[in-house]
Design a protein around this ligand. Structure first.
Ligand code: ATP
Ligand code: MG
Length: 443
């Protein structure tokens, strides 16, 4: 029997549930089905947080859900689901999953303990047991507005602890991505990971190598682009899971004597989190450029030492790093182009003749590459000065900039060539920027 928390004893109210999710819950109920809000939404609402999305669990099969809602499409093969669409909102509706011991109504495919397909329908109790963490297995029942706890999730919410349902090793073998979910949710919720749930990471972390690379890309987006990327990164590093996703990064960090790479990653992720908090757009390209920088920079330097000319060395290094990384995390082509461009533009910031400066500033990837340059200021005093130089030239009008730059040789400080005190004062009067202008090119 579940622990039932009646409506007057919990803080989850219908006002906090999206319109779409309520329509789905009531629609299913009115059609005679059982319908509950489940998973992250119930967890987040009980914690007083705004959920990212609302998931519904029901005893209706996907086909039955489709009959209730016209605006419904069935998706997934591995895990069949119904999506009910309300404009921009999609409510995911999953049929209660069973244990698969002899029930009818679906199929489950297991290879070496790994669940490759899970479409066996069952009861709500069984559904609770198939979820990953106890805090993710709470149900909000639209029939009486109570919260149902079959596994002890409420206790874990109070203790701020992530515990797996069932035997941790078995659950990770079924789906290795659950290890990443543990680190991600611990970072997002600021929870601890139960020692029993963390213990198998060392032995089973390597199973992540077989997880579909497209799914790992999705998981990376959730970890690093949802506002808690820095915390996720630290959690992955702390539990030594990072090497299963970004082996080159871990290697580069181990050789980062100056700490510049760690600083770049921490500032890059922290900056992305700040953008998310401000509601500004973020792109996976900038993020992967940051995470893989140590590796590509080391390889490019090595190739140059071996005699390759600079541009070719960078090109080859970028291709090789992206190809290697793509075996683990499938980075879509449009992002890998952008990543390679951000890297390729880095050496070009050293060129300060008039023509080259204007050409670089007109490059569509200039702002992202400039943001990236600023993150690298810990690498050397020279790079820091270079970043400051580019910050200053952007505050000049095109005419001022043109005047201040030597047509051929490397220019000194911006504005120096003309050296007019009048101009300098005017610039100051307009409120000269002392820090980097906010980039709007991280999109
Ligand atoms: P977030 O708030 O980041 O969305 P979430 O817990 O809601 O976190 P989802 O991926 O939206 O994560 O999954 C919704 C629910 O589905 C989870 O709360 C959990 O109950 C269940 N679930 C998701 N992934 C797994 C998995 N790999 N194994 C078992 N259950 C899972
Ligand atoms: Mg969710």
């Amino acid at each position: 029997m579940p622990r039932v928390i009646p409506r007057e004893q919990h803080n989850l109210s219908r006002k906090q549930i999206s319109r779409g999710a309520l329509k789905v819950l009531y629609g299913l109920k009115d059609a005679g089905f059982r319908a509950c809000l489940v998973g992250g939404a119930v967890r987040d609402l009980l914690l007083g947080r705004q959920p990212k999305d609302f998931d519904v669990a029901t005893d209706a099969t996907p086909e039955e859900v489709k009959k209730v809602f016209r605006n419904c499409r069935l998706i997934g093969r591995r895990f069949r689901l119904a999506h009910v669409v309300f404009g921009p909102e999609i409510v995911e509706v999953a049929t209660f999953r069973g244990t698969g011991d002899g029930e009818s109504g679906g199929d489950r495919h297991v290879v070496d303990g790994r669940i490759l397909r899970d479409n066996v329908w069952g009861t709500i109790e069984e559904d609770a047991l198939r979820r990953d963490f106890r805090v993710n297995a709470l149900y909000y029942d639209i029939a009486d507005f109570s919260v149902l706890d079959y596994v002890g999730g409420i206790d874990d919410l109070e203790q701020k602890c992530l515990r797996l349902i069932g035997d941790p090793a078995t659950r990770y073998r079924e789906d290795p991505v659950r290890m990443l979910r543990a680190a991600r949710l611990a970072a997002k919720l600021e929870f601890s990971i139960d020692p029993a749930a963390a213990a198998p990471f060392k032995e089973l972390g390597h199973l992540l190598a077989d997880a579909p690379s497209a799914r790992l890309f999705d998981e990376c987006q959730k970890m690093f682009l949802a506002g808690y990327g820095l915390a996720s990164f630290r959690m992955l590093a702390r539990y030594d899971l990072l090497r299963h996703l970004f082996p080159g990064t871990v290697h580069a960090l181990a050789h980062d004597a100056s700490g510049a790479l760690e600083q770049l990653i921490e500032r890059g992720l922290g900056g992305t989190d700040a953008r998310v908090a401000d509601g500004r757009p973020v792109t996976p390209a900038f993020l992967f450029a940051v995470l893989l920088w140590g590796e590509v920079a080391a390889l490019a330097a090595k190739l140059q030492d071996e005699g390759a000319v600079r541009s070719l060395a960078w090109q080859r290094a970028a291709h090789r790093v992206m190809a290697e990384q793509g075996k683990r995390v499938a980075i879509p082509r449009r992002f890998s182009y952008a990543i390679e461009e951000i890297w390729a533009l880095q050496p070009r910031f050293a060129e300060r003749t008039r023509k080259r400066v204007f050409r670089l500033m007109a490059h569509p990837r200039f702002r992202a590459a400039y943001d990236f340059l600023l993150l690298r200021s810990g690498e050397s005093g020279e790079l820091r000065a270079c970043g400051e130089w580019w910050t200053e030239v952007q505050a000049l009008s095109p005419e001022q900039l043109s005047e201040s730059l030597a047509p051929k040789s490397t220019a000194g400080k911006p504005g120096e060539k003309t050296g007019s005190g009048k101009r300098r004062r005017r610039r100051g009067g307009r409120g000269r920027r002392t820090s980097a202008p906010q980039s709007d090119l991280q999109e």
